[in-house]
Write a protein that binds this ligand. Structure first.
Ligand code: ATP
Length: 587
């Protein structure tokens, strides 16, 4: 098949803004394509050679494309750069330059789609020394045989700027019309795509083996499943109403979504966009090898940065340190993470995507050997708004973004690739910042783990309530302490250990060690939040809720100049919370 046919179709697609017309042009193109070339056309029209999860990109930098064009057109660099400045589009520049060349030479060869695809594929896989020069030479060769119009689309394809605006759904519809037997067959074709994320493969099976074969396509390990997405509602009442009065509420962790595929010792991790991100998480791969009992499994989890010593969750931003090519071992050490699994889609040859959530969940429990690093998302079956709100506050305070409320009805299947009402997210629609530090009293401590074994991992901190003369807990803080702080604090606090909770301390939490209120520390947090488990200013904002500080960090300042009664008061914390709300409504 001649590449000119594709270039022609691209030209027509570019000339229209109507989605239906686009689909028609695509249908024509697909119908006129020999069966064995359909998959290649499908990939190429999306500017790819393979599905994204394979991670093979053509990726030619503009600089290289310019060099190849100089070679193919025999034009000067200055001419090309000046055209580029005018148009901003290397594709157009190639078209202009080759039009000029056309007047003086003949094309040597007719470009076929197969040849273009194979050459681009070769180019994408060239590595090692001299790779750049070889790529330029190969691209220049293609361009020399190309017509101006073909060159325009070739250059756009290799530089990642094809952007025809053809969405996956348009391709699916075009495939249904051209080869499925009509628009109405899009459903099963889409389902096949949702479970394998590979439009080329689906189209290939459709044209070669027919619709029935597409319907029989199965979930397979190492072919990522397109993720199920959630709708959103603003209140517990609305959420419960939508979910028929009952749901499985789960912590909505603030990390990175991961779809893990395991077969024996082979493990691959895919991101929410289904890119292979295994390189970023060698520790998670090891963890899965050790802790996932199932021989074969596809499961989803949120990967969250944690503080090893305290077990506390850290803000999402800390995961960014894992996005690097080099020095990943150091990042693994400095920024440890935990996995909170929330769904199992496939296990030992069995596709679970059509099973209800409760069965998938039970199978998940069985497939894993949980430990500190590999857990199942905290969850609760809930049927009343108050309980949902409390669980929400608990989640926020634990460092989560809110809740995922999931249907547990019979039809609560895993809707691959769809955003629907079976999952509803409940999160706050604001972000706020705590600008002031607070001075808090150490009233208890929790044993440390890992590097902090034998020392205190986190401290239970309290604000002072002068009316009641009590110390009301407000946060658990394990961050911001240097190794020296840890050992100093251990020595200082040793003198204040008491056998049980101090009578002036009001706490709903059970600390491992209790202290008489004495030591005051300066702390900065991300924000003040409502909390069902901290007693600071209990009931003053909402019944059965206290206030807490989210993501607290010791600033390094020991407030030895302050007695515990000089610590930040509960009333001040209430004011901080109210100011925060004001700022939000003003912004
Ligand atoms: P979306 O993914 O819905 O397009 P988004 O990328 O902005 O939107 P959010 O709105 O934050 O993400 O909500 C969905 C995400 O929440 C999921 O993609 C997943 O990464 C994350 N998540 C955390 N905990 C859970 C959980 N228990 N169940 C499902 N998803 C969870």
């Amino acid at each position: 098949m001649n590449y000119a046919v594709i270039a022609d179709a691209y030209g027509k697609i570019e000339a229209t803004t109507k989605r239906l017309e686009m689909a028609d042009i695509l249908v024509d193109l697909l119908r006129n394509t020999p069966k064995e070339v359909v998959a290649k056309i499908v990939y190429l029209t999306q500017g790819k050679l393979y599905p994204d999860f394979m991670g093979i990109e053509i990726g030619i930098a503009e600089k290289l494309a310019i060099k190849a064009l100089i070679r193919a057109s025999g034009r000067k660099e200055s001419e090309i750069l000046s055209d580029l400045q005018k148009t901003g589009d290397m594709g157009q520049v190639a078209e202009i330059q080759l039009t000029k060349k056309k007047q003086s030479t003949f094309f040597s060869k007719i470009l076929t789609v197969e040849h273009v695809y194979e050459t681009l594929d070769k180019m994408a896989k060239i590595t090692g020394s001299g790779a750049v020069d070889t790529k330029i030479a190969v691209l220049a060769g293609l361009l020399s045989d190309a017509s101006p119009k073909e060159a325009k689309y070739l250059i756009r394809t290799v530089t990642g700027n094809l952007r025809l605006g053809i969405a996956d759904m348009t391709v699916l519809e075009a495939l249904a019309i051209a080869y499925g037997g009509g628009k109405e067959t899009r459903g099963p074709i889409e389902r096949a795509y949702n479970i394998c994320s590979d439009l080329g493969r689906v189209s290939d099976i459709l044209v070669r083996e027919g619709l029935e074969a597409v319907k029989e396509m199965q979930v397979m390990v190492f072919e990522p499943i397109r993720p199920m997405l959630a709708e959103r509602l603003p209140s517990p009442e609305e959420i419960l109403e939508k979910l028929n009065g009952k749901c499985l509420a789960e912590y909505k962790y603030d990390g990175e979504r991961i779809q893990a595929h395991k077969q024996d010792d082979d493990v691959t991790l895919y991101s929410r966009r289904l890119e292979n991100i295994s390189n970023q998480y060698p520790d998670i791969i090891d963890l899965i090898r050790k802790q996932v009992k199932a021989k074969e499994a596809i499961f989803e989890a949120e990967c969250v940065a944690v503080d090893i010593e305290t077990g506390d969750m850290r803000p999402f931003q800390e995961l960014m340190h894992r996005r690097r090519k080099y020095g990943i071992e150091t990042a693994v050490e400095q920024y440890p993470i935990s996995l909170y699994t929330f769904d199992l889609l496939f296990v030992n040859g069995k596709d679970l995507t059509c099973e209800p959530l409760t069965s998938r969940r039970a199978a998940l429990e069985e497939a894993l050997n949980k430990n500190v690093q590999l857990q199942i998302a905290s969850q609760k079956v809930i049927n009343n708004p108050k309980e949902l709100e409390d669980f929400f506050e608990e989640a926020i305070e634990g460092g989560c973004e809110g809740l995922m409320c999931k249907s547990i009805a019979k039809d609560s299947v895993y809707q691959a690739g769809n955003r629907g009402w079976l999952w509803i997210k409940y999160k706050r629609d604001y972000k706020s910042e705590m600008t002031d530090t607070v001075d808090l009293v150490v009233v208890g401590a929790f044993h440390g783990r890992g590097k902090r074994a034998g020392a205190y991992g986190a401290l239970l901190l309290a604000a002072y309530n002068p009316e009641k003369d009590t110390f009301e807990t407000i946060t658990k803080c394990g961050t911001g302490f240097t190794d020296n702080d840890i050992s100093d604090l251990h020595t200082i606090l040793q003198n204040h250990v008491i056998a049980r909770k101090h009578p002036r301390v009001s706490s709903m939490m059970e600390a491992d060690v209790w202290f008489e209120p004495f030591v005051v520390l300066e702390v900065l947090g991300a924000e003040v939040t409502l909390s069902p488990i901290h007693t600071c200013a209990m009931d003053s904002i909402r019944k059965d809720s206290g206030l807490a500080i989210r993501f607290p960090r010791f600033t390094g300042k020991y407030r030895t100049d302050k007695s515990p009664q000089d610590a930040t008061t509960s009333k001040e914390v209430v004011e901080m919370y109210q100011n925060q709300l004001k700022q939000i409504s003003q912004s």
